[in-house]
Design a protein around this ligand. Structure first.
Ligand code: ADP
Length: 275
């Protein structure tokens, strides 16, 4: 809140009124606090996996090969922790670029079938041994869209990895896609996971937002449900940049469905864009 005396138009030294400016800084303060907390949290999140990478690397350096089990364990831990760090850093860099407005979409002609199958397969491979049922239903002749392939792939990866992370024992992950009318492609990522409480569904795309009750995960081989509340924020930004839409429906205890719509590339333009 600030108050300033207003000078008269003729004589700038005398005062005829007061201008009161009210600016609500609550939101700014909140995001500053969230920002500072976030830097602390991210530093911590990076230090913890780094510490185990260093510890296991040192173990390997002193290893005489007598215990092959130790070797396998060390390599697995180093790989998983490094992957997690890389994921966090990539999300952060992409969000910073999009926030700064320096992301120019490199649109190309993308046949969604190949991109979807690719993303699905790599996530499935990463989750082998978790006892989840993976289903895919994407017609081979599904149309093309003008997408930034790398960014779109990041959005798919974030949604699929959440479907795995927030799943539950014996749950499923289903990826499907279809044409809707002759202008739209719809991609659905469904899971039979823990779901999202109704009063929080609206907020999950907010930066840093995490559902308070990310219940512990008892599935064998499942990574802990750690996170930073950045994945879905980035997904939304990427879909917005593509002028697409994303919606979510969820039932706690039963699962969630994320649904992306993008514009289908009209056949006449198919040849015009680089593949
Ligand atoms: P993170 O997973 O790092 O916490 P996200 O931005 O990807 O961040 O997700 C935000 C929150 O939305 C998560 O903390 C989780 O509570 C919830 N969420 C996201 N995807 C799912 C899902 N498929 N099932 C249940 N909850 C989900």
């Amino acid at each position: 809140l600030s108050a300033q005396p207003l000078p008269t138009p003729q004589d700038s030294s005398s005062v005829f009124g007061t201008l009161v400016v009210i600016r609500d800084t609550t939101q700014e303060q909140l995001s500053r606090t969230a920002g500072a907390d976030f830097v602390m949290q991210v530093s911590h999140e990076l230090k913890t996996p780094l510490a185990s990478i260093v510890a296991y690397a040192e173990l390997l350096m002193g290893d005489d090969g007598a215990d092959p089990g130790l070797h396998i364990e060390a390599v697995n831990v180093i790989h998983d922790e490094a992957q997690r760090m890389a994921g966090l850093i990539n999300n952060l860099l992409n969000i910073a670029k999009i926030d700064a407005g320096t992301t120019a979409l490199k649109r190309q002609r993308v046949h969604l079938h190949d991109l979807l199958v690719d993303a699905f397969e790599s996530q499935r491979q990463g989750a082998l041994g978790q006892g989840l049922d993976f289903r895919i239903d994407v017609p081979p002749n599904l149309g093309a869209a003008a997408l930034d392939k790398d960014l779109f792939r990041i959005a798919l990866n974030n949604l699929l990895s959440n479907a795995i992370k927030y799943n539950q024992p014996g749950g499923f992950i289903a990826l499907s896609a279809e044409e809707e009318g002759d202008q739209t492609l719809v991609i659905r990522i469904r899971d039979g996971g823990i779901g999202i409480p109704a009063d929080q569904v609206e907020r999950i795309f907010d930066k840093y937002y995490r559902v308070a009750d990310n219940r512990s995960d008892s599935r064998p081989g499942a990574a802990a449900r750690k996170g930073h509340g950045l994945g879905l924020h980035l997904v939304r930004q990427i879909i917005d940049l593509h002028q697409g839409s994303i919606t979510v429906q969820s039932t706690p205890g039963q699962g969630s469905e994320f649904c992306i719509r993008v514009r289908k590339l009209a056949a006449v333009y198919e040849e015009a864009l680089p593949a």
